[in-house]
Design a protein. Structure first.
Length: 94
């Protein structure tokens, strides 16, 4: 009979978190395999006023998704968003 290593459950959880943050396939605590994170397909092609489909091609969307989810710290993710978003003030107010 072999002894279980100290903290092996925490080690497995840490490996799972790292795989999730790197957009890789990972297994849950119950052993189910989960697919890697991926960019979602654009479903608002005609009704969206921002015209995202025309501004970003699929390769660029995948690159942005992987770059964002590859960041480990919450602060880095917020920095990424603030760096890539333009703030426009409203022209008029009610």
């Amino acid at each position: 009979m072999s002894k279980q290593k100290k903290g092996s459950q925490r080690w497995n959880r840490k490996q799972t978190k790292e795989k999730m943050s790197k957009c890789e396939e990972y297994s849950t605590a119950k052993g189910k395999m989960r697919p890697p994170k991926a960019s979602q397909p654009i479903s608002c092609e005609n009704s969206c006023r921002f015209k995202c489909k025309n501004k970003f091609d699929e390769e660029e969307r995948i690159k942005i998704c992987r770059e964002y989810w590859g960041l480990k710290q919450f602060e880095r993710k917020m920095d990424f968003i603030l760096k890539n978003v333009e703030i426009d003030l409203p022209q008029t107010r009610r």
